[in-house]
Design a protein around this ligand. Structure first.
Ligand code: GLN
Length: 483
């Protein structure tokens, strides 16, 4: 199906279909295609039907809220009360969350229907969804290709039309990169805009929740319900949430778009460069002024991230010890054996690699050389953006250096896998908002255009994305599903 949230809202309001009907249609599609695509870890059909019935009653009673009756899927990193929340890991395969993440609470109270929990790289570590305990997700455009990661299940589910929209998280690119590889629209807001409470932590100073949908319009609708201050998250920012759809009609005359020279340098696939250049031409036609900018520390972003994120994850993941919750080994000899075997069995290879590297970077004698140095470089990366934003309103470029690669192609080469995030990762280090929107195709696979905004300028990003979508149809194209 190719309904947008907006179309579902209209259909529900006009009585064209009920929430129960449309929810049943989506559940049916998920059951039909999930065996092949593996987008979902859990399908919550009973809950969805219950929520849809309640939504229909609210609509009949004239008290529909912002998302009443709209089916959605959530990345399995968000705690969902009474429902398995695995984070893609064997460690949490048996974990039933005892509470809702703040964004789940907010989306539920806006009346949405939850179809299920989507597949992801274990603890959100990955760029291909191949690190999931539940197996890889297939890219709906080509089943032999990866969907990107770590929110690969959400991106692929939206691309395949198994859900109109989905939540995701982005620590170094995990919303934008899979959005690009699957040909959907994704937004990662400013750090602190969306509560991290109940979102299982990877790199706490980088993690940010956001949304996937087919259109910028739908991303705005979903983000509107997710954003806002939360007392339970100490890094949540207490600043009013603007109307994200409020600026949609604003034209782009005089908009200053910066093109960072470093994003078009060596390493970028030539065909992707062509697609991005033609998207930029489109913006020129819409009245934008294109300005060259420089982000000279871009090349440092991957090494800096792989110190900071790994240091933070080594600390965050120490809570999974087989004692309080999560996987516990059988018949431990003593406490040390319990810790060792529970963690040894519960975590996958990539997670272990990162915990070891992070622990090393934080250890006495190495802290100054690695962690402290990385924090200093992180500041320089942020300053690059601050300088660029003195000249321009948004920055544009490719989301990824290549299109979706083949499953298995990079699993033995972590560094080449890490390089997939070369254009996305610096935004997380700086805390800036970014989007990826479909900009065309190369070898029959989607190409994403990344739009980077200044702090808390999500409304403008959404406006700039929407105006492009008014003049293109890449976001409306859908992969063929096997019948
Ligand atoms: N690919 C990056 C990593 O593996 C980013 C993941 C993310 O954004 N969660 O760390």
């Amino acid at each position: 199906m190719s309904h947008s949230i907006k179309q579902i809202q209209q259909g529900l309001a006009s009585g064209e279909f009920s929430s129960e009907e449309i929810t049943a249609d989506y559940l049916q599609l998920i059951k039909q295609h999930n065996p092949e695509l593996n987008c979902f870890i859990s399908i919550t059909d009973e809950l969805a039907t219950q929520q849809a019935r309640a939504a229909d009653a609210s609509i009949a009673g004239g008290d529909a809220r912002a998302l009443t009756g709209v089916p959605l899927a959530h990345k399995d990193i968000f705690c969902t009360d009474g429902i398995k929340t695995s984070c893609g890991s064997r460690m949490l395969d048996n974990f039933i969350a005892p509470y809702n993440a703040t964004i789940i609470e907010k989306i539920n109270s806006a009346g949405a229907v939850m179809l299920g929990k989507t597949n992801m790289d274990e603890f959100a570590m990955g760029s291909s969804n191949e690190n999931s305990f539940y197996g890889p997700v297939a890219n709906p455009w080509n089943r032999e290709r990866v969907p990107g990661g770590s929110s690969g299940g959400s991106a692929a589910a939206v691309a395949a039309g198994l859900t109109p929209a989905a939540t995701g998280t982005d620590t170094g690119g995990s919303i934008r990169q899979p959005a690009a590889l699957c040909g959907v629209t994704g937004i990662k807001p400013t750090y602190g805009r969306v509560s991290r409470y109940g979102m299982i932590a990877f790199g706490s100073s980088l993690d940010q929740g956001g949304a996937f949908a087919r259109t910028a319009e739908d991303c705005a609708i979903l983000l509107q319900q997710m954003a806002g201050f939360d007392q339970r998250d100490s890094t949540s920012i207490d600043q009013p949430v603007p109307n994200y759809s409020g600026d949609f009609e604003r034209d782009l005359k005089g908009l200053r778009i910066g093109l960072p020279e470093e994003y078009f340098a060596e390493g970028l696939d030539a065909d992707i460069a062509r697609v991005i250049e033609s998207a930029i031409d489109q913006y020129r036609k819409l009245g934008a002024e294109i300005i060259d900018v420089s982000l000279p520390n871009t090349r440092l972003s991957i090494p800096v991230y792989y110190v900071v994120a790994l240091a933070e994850c080594s600390s965050n993941l120490s809570r999974f010890d087989g004692v309080r919750f999560g996987h516990r080994c059988d018949n431990p000899k003593d406490l040390e054996d319990l810790y060792k075997r529970s963690r040894g069995e519960g975590f996958g290879e990539e997670v272990k690699r990162r915990i070891m590297l992070g622990t090393y970077a934080l250890s006495a004698g190495y802290y100054d050389a690695y962690y402290l140095k990385a924090q200093q470089l992180r500041r320089l990366i942020k300053q690059d953006f601050e300088k660029a934003f003195e000249q321009v309103d948004v920055i544009a470029g490719p989301t990824t250096p290549e299109v979706a690669f083949k499953l298995g192609d990079k699993t033995n080469d972590p560094v080449s896998m890490y390089l997939q995030d070369i254009y996305t990762i610096s935004l997380n280090l700086a805390g800036l908002p970014g989007m990826s929107i479909p900009a065309g195709f190369s070898q029959g696979l989607p190409v994403g255009l990344q739009l980077i905004g200044n702090y808390f300028d999500e409304a403008r990003l959404l406006n700039v994305a929407h105006q492009f979508q008014l003049h293109s149809d890449f976001h409306l194209q859908k992969p063929e599903l096997n019948s």
